[in-house]
Design a protein. Structure first.
Lengths: 326, 164
């Protein structure tokens, strides 16, 4: 295939991923979050714009598009502006290796990379850079503290997440996401590896900075954390990155543990979406159920509990893979 | 010109430009942030060389972890801003001379090496082959590196810990 066709495909793919994430993850995700939080707190949630408040996020997006861009006086303008691009970009890159379903012509995936799982870990680790840049570039002490907290948190939770990914890759004998889904033809890995699933979900919640791990943007201490100084569409892009990352983590959990697109009767893509939204619902349910951790509890939990358990789990799994499968 | 050549020159341009910013920027945080496009440029070159696994590791470790560590250290040690750190000194001319000599050495080295194209075929699944090589022929190097890392880890903890 000539290279310019390849380039064109990449551009079309980018547009597809961006609009998909913007509409399905960010806009619909925000609405879902508000509806579910309302339901959990015995409220109604957004109700006035459109039928049952369905158009509320669209109205919010139009409002954000019209708002003024404000750059604080002593902010580092270049870093302040680039940080906005890094966070959503890192989230969008995650979607390249996620298999959404299967058709007659093969799995529905942008690129079935040989190193799929490693690629996912690598791109999702880039989010921290954007957050640190935003925190430092704003020239605001709350933003900087939020950025630093996020760096320590995300670097700590990347390790248990990586260990969980390795455990699954070892079981499936491949780093390719399509092969991992194929390896779950008999039973899902959540049955075989419940501990790994739990570690992955906890680490994923921490990686996307959601309650109970949302110290990065703890309102009562840090205003809004690293994006305190951002307005209008720049703020919206951070939200897009955050929700995009959350959906990517849920999609990865579906791929690794819940058998991806596999399921009876219904078409594969539909199964994928059902599992994805079930996990998203769990994330939101947790958010409105548990209070926030303290920063020392958070880091101790990762280094003293999650990492040892994940390491032990990895060794035990390696032993069983050696004994049983070979 | 093929796409591969265009991609190589584009990546090389990104790499060189961000490299110059890393060295020349008066602001230490700008230098640290400019490391990221430099590392990503190297990643692109690895991909051009079909070394996918190495490319993934490059992003995960260098762009995702080492840069974050550097930024973190700057922000923790220099009152959060890093703006008071002096980034230049009087030894610029000497530095330029050393850099030019180094470049001349490298260019002659590259020109005089016979690059063999018959190094063998690539295995279909490189991560597996890399793992086999680490735990097979290169076991001693692999274990030696892990000991060095462990020692530096323990050392860092001892330095960071307050004496009681």
């Amino acid at each position: 295939m000539p290279w310019y066709v390849e380039l064109l495909r990449a551009i079309v793919g980018t547009i597809l991923i961006f609009s998909g994430v913007a509409i399905i993850a960010a806009m619909f995700g925000v609405l879902l979050e508000r509806k579910i939080s309302g339901w959990i707190q015995s409220r109604l949630g957004p109700k006035h714009v459109g039928p049952q408040g369905l158009l509320q996020t669209i109205a919010d997006t139009i409002k954000l598009l019209q708002k003024e861009h404000i750059v604080p006086r002593h902010a580092d303008a270049m870093i302040f502006a680039t940080a906005v691009l890094v966070v959503p970009l890192a989230a969008l890159l995650d979607y390249v290796v996620i298999p959404f379903g299967v058709t007659r012509w093969g799995p529905l995936i942008f690129r079935d990379l040989n190193i799929g799982v490693l690629y996912f870990a690598a791109t999702s680790s880039l989010v921290v850079v954007g957050i640190l840049m935003a925190g430092w570039g704003s020239n605001n002490k709350y933003a900087l503290l939020g950025g630093l907290r996020s760096a320590s948190q995300m670097v700590s939770y990347e390790i248990p997440m990586g260990l969980a990914l390795i455990t699954i890759a070892m079981l499936a004998g491949s780093l390719s996401t399509v092969k991992i889904v194929d390896a779950q033809a008999h039973w899902w890995y959540v049955v075989e590896q419940p501990v790994t699933f739990l570690i992955f979900i906890i680490a994923a919640t921490a990686e996307v900075n959601r309650v109970p791990f949302d110290l990065v943007e703890a309102e009562s201490e840090l205003v809004a954390g690293y994006f305190s100084e951002y307005t209008g569409m720049r703020f919206a892009l951070f939200q897009l990155g955050e929700y995009g990352e959350m959906f990517a983590m849920a999609a990865m959990a579906v791929t690794l543990f819940l058998g991806g697109w596999r399921g009876p009767v219904l078409p594969p893509v539909l199964w994928f979406i059902i599992k994805l939204y079930a996990l998203i619902f769990v994330f939101m349910w947790v958010r409105w159920t548990y209070p926030r951790f303290r920063i020392d509890q958070l880091l101790n939990f990762s280094w003293k509990i999650l990492i040892p358990v994940a390491l032990l789990n990895l060794v035990v799994t390696a032993f069983f893979v050696m004994v049983v499968h070979r | 010109m093929t796409g591969e050549v265009i991609a190589f020159y584009a990546l090389a341009a990104v790499l060189l430009l961000s490299g110059v910013v890393v060295v020349a920027s008066p602001n230490i945080v700008h230098s640290a942030v400019a490391l990221i496009p430099a590392f990503l440029g190297v990643t692109g070159i690895y991909i051009l060389l079909n070394a996918e696994f190495l490319a993934g590791v490059q992003v995960l470790i260098y762009a995702g972890a080492i840069t974050v560590l550097i930024l973190f250290v700057i922000m923790l040690t220099e009152g959060g801003t890093g703006l008071r750190l002096r980034q230049r000194n009087e030894q610029g001319p000497i530095g330029v001379v050393v850099a030019v000599l180094m470049a001349a050495l490298l260019i002659t080295g590259v020109m005089h090496t016979a690059w063999s194209r018959a190094a063998g075929a690539l295995p279909a699944y490189t991560p597996g082959a890399i793992g086999q090589s680490f735990l097979g022929p290169n076991l001693l190097v692999f274990e030696g590196t892990s000991i060095v890392l462990l020692v530096s880890l323990v050392g860092a903890i001892i330095i960071a810990r307050k004496e009681e």
